[in-house]
Design a protein around this ligand. Sequence first.
Ligand code: MN
Length: 292
Amino acid sequence: MIIEPRAVKLTTRTGVDVYRTLPHRDRKMVGAWCFVDMLGPTEQHDAMVVAAHPHTGLQTATWLISGEVEHRDSEGSVQRLVPGDLNLMTAGNGIAHSELAVMGPRDALHAVQLWIALPDAARHQPPHFENYTDLPSVELPGAVVRVFVGELVGVRSSALAYSPLVGAEIRITAGASVQIPVREDFEHGVVAVSGRISTTEPLPKRGIDVIAAGVSHITVTAETDAIVLLLGGEPFPEKIVMWWNFIGRNHAEIVEARQQWNDRSERFGQFEDRIGGWIPAPEMPSVVLAPR
Ligand code: MN
């Protein structure tokens, strides 16, 4: 199932379009992966200036193709992220963070922002943040695989995950066709980050091919030099409510989180950054948010 990306103008970002594939009206998640946004490549310096905003019930995973981003959060983290490393923030019960592109005049920012839904047993934990600089990589004929979450082609990331999950970047040489062994109990998404690639059919630029569980290999063919992300996991067994930057299990939880953020509650903490200010949560829709 191919999902075309859609451009979203975010109130929380200035300057550039962000392209989103998940969530989509026909497909909410791939495993616990529930949000895939892509930004750039762009040389605009205001491409990522995201002031303080909250999260609950999820992990944010930030992956860079190029550029550099400074992350700050209410746990006191101040972390520069560079390509090949992973920023992984576990919001748990609640955290606030900001993200700022920090780049030289000729640098381009190319970033992927991913969210991972936390299972019920893990979603109330205290928040924490980790930066991983030692992610394993493997060379296959025509490709280099770097695993940032879980295990793939015999190597394992040390990143903390709370459900059976895999996430990897695969750089493929023009003309190569790569066969990647995958877990048959996982569903997968192949995200076309750059270059022209096909799975069983050609992918649109920045699109995702969602592949149901039950396959033992995924084949990706690159017409040009290409970068894809492979995301996968066990089908997420719980129904969730996703609204703005929050994931909960029912409408009331979202209402509470929204109110507490806008009231500057201790739940989300506070921190200083070079952006200043904070992003208030918008008005809620008039309908009751239903878990799905
Ligand atoms: Mn965020």
